[in-house]
Design a protein around this ligand. Structure first.
Ligand SMILES: *Cc1c(COP(=O)(O)O)cnc(C)c1O
Length: 461
């Protein structure tokens, strides 16, 4: 299995190499050269299997020679052992044809744990074979950073630097990043927004001297291995509702387009998914592009669902690559236009995107109203991101079962939940002392040379 760049000119890589590389050297994102297919019978045989076994069967065809089957099974088992629910990704019913996929039972209470725990295991195993040491740099709007800290803290061959927008993450998110005591993990509070953090990460990858000097690797959702890990729960949940014998649809609270792109891969592999519905908060660039074809950035507005406060949705490039018939040159040109404010998707590409994707937007008031209404109707307490999903999912209900992804635990965003319901959701007992642990972070300007100097200095120690 080989991986190619969405911009067409970077070297073709194996799975292991693509995982370690993150961003391609031509600025593009790695995608599989062709997507492996699972037959109707192979998918039907998933019924009743454990999450781990489904994970093995879904991901194995993408891995090539990187790990033996036994190694890979061992890594999957370790990755999910720390989850607080035996089903890993349980389904809960909200209404006759509407289901909630709870993806918040991992160690940092957001769906990011599904991919990050596994990529931590896979990188460690791959580095142990070669004896190499790497520097991982990531940008986060909150949840990626905490999941990465949890997955990489204490690993002997990795230094991890996480940049988050100062003052724009929730207290729980920040504390999950600033309280790990291990010396190999570093939280950087950047004076800027998430898009600034993400842009600095891309700058570092495009500075080849720096990139090669510190052996830079990435764990943002541009990393193919993360997307792949998220494909699994589309299969596990759809099969519990009767797939492949009947189709399902999904609604996905979306920011960087990583999670919903995993659903797109599941669909390409043969899972009968009718529609993938993009749910955005008032940062609705993806809803607007699906509606009008215009991808125009106009600045991030802070919201009560901060993990979706994004304008430049990195993984959308992967969907565009397919919609443009895998023409890397066309994608490179669109991304150039994006640097000067935006681009228009061609009619043909827009039509192709609309065959798979639908979209909807949820305002701040609707988010609060949805948390309140779902609690009254079902007793389910939603985090604000999941509420955005449920609102848009409700708007797209039809005869096909709808599965809405619940992307974080409500206790991760207690202020928004309290303003909707009047009560504060409690942290699970295993995290109850989070607010008593000392914090450790470095505040830094949104300035590439300053950030690079800090990283060089820390890894030299
Ligand atoms: C990261 C995140 C999202 C957005 O996921 P993308 O893959 O970036 O689209 C939604 N909700 C929560 C809670 C998140 O942490």
């Amino acid at each position: 299995m080989n991986y190619i760049s969405t911009r067409g000119t970077a070297p073709v890589l194996s799975f292991g190499e693509a995982m370690m590389t993150g961003l391609a050297r031509d600025g593009g994102l790695y995608v599989p050269q062709s997507v492996p297919q699972l037959s109707f019978d192979q998918i039907a045989a998933f019924a009743g299997l454990s999450y781990e076994e489904i994970a093995f069967r879904v991901m194995r065809p993408f891995l090539g020679e990187t790990f033996t089957d036994d190694e890979f099974r061992g890594l999957i088992d370790k990755a999910y052992a720390g989850f607080g629910h035996a089903a890993r990704a349980p389904l809960v019913q909200l209404a006759p044809n509407h289901f909630l996929l709870e993806l918040f039972h991992g160690p940092t209470l957001a769906f990011k744990d599904f991919a990050m725990q596994l990529i931590g295991q896979m990188m460690q195993a791959a580095l142990a074979k070669t004896g190499e040491r790497i520097t991982i740099v990531g940008a986060t709007s909150g949840d990626t950073g905490s999941a990465a800290m949890e997955a990489f803290r204490g690993l002997s061959n990795v230094d991890l630097f996480i940049m988050y927008p100062h003052g724009r993450v929730s207290d729980v998110q920040r504390r999950q990043m600033t309280t790990p005591v291990e010396a190999n993990v570093h939280a950087l509070a950047v004076d800027g927004d998430f898009d600034d953090c993400q842009a600095r990460v891309k700058d570092m990858f495009n500075d080849f001297a720096f990139r090669d000097g510190v052996r830079l690797a990435g764990v943002n959702s541009i990393n193919w291995a993360r997307v792949l890990a998220q494909v699994v729960y589309y299969f596990s949940s759809a099969v519990s509702l009767g797939a492949p014998h009947r189709a399902v649809s999904f609604t996905v609270p979306t920011g960087n387009f990583g999670d919903i792109f995993a659903g797109y891969i599941a669909r390409k592999m043969g899972l009968p998914i009718e529609k993938l519905v993009i749910a955005t908060n008032h940062n609705d660039i993806l809803h607007r592009v699906l509606s009008s074809g215009d991808y125009k950035t106009d600045g991030v507005k802070p919201s009560i669902s901060p993990s979706m406060d994004i304008q430049v949705s990195s993984n959308f490039e992967r969907a565009l690559f397919d919609a443009y018939g895998r023409d890397g040159g066309a994608i490179a040109q669109l991304m150039d236009e994006l640097r000067s404010g935006g681009f228009s998707v061609s009619q043909g590409a827009l039509q192709s995107l609309r065959e798979t994707f639908a979209s909807g937007r949820c305002s701040e008031e609707e988010t609060i109203a949805t948390i309140r209404a779902e609690f009254a109707r079902t007793g389910e307490v939603l985090c604000p991101h999941s509420a955005v999903g449920v609102k848009v999912g409700n708007d797209h209900l039809g005869s096909t079962p709808m599965i809405t992804l619940a992307t974080a635990h409500p206790a991760k965003f207690p202020d928004a939940v309290e303003s909707a319901m009047g009560t504060r959701p409690a942290l699970p007992p295993r995290m109850a002392d989070l607010f008593d642990r000392p914090e450790r972070m470095t505040r830094i300007a949104n300035d590439l040379p300053a950030i690079q100097a800090l990283i060089r200095e820390r890894i030299a120690q």
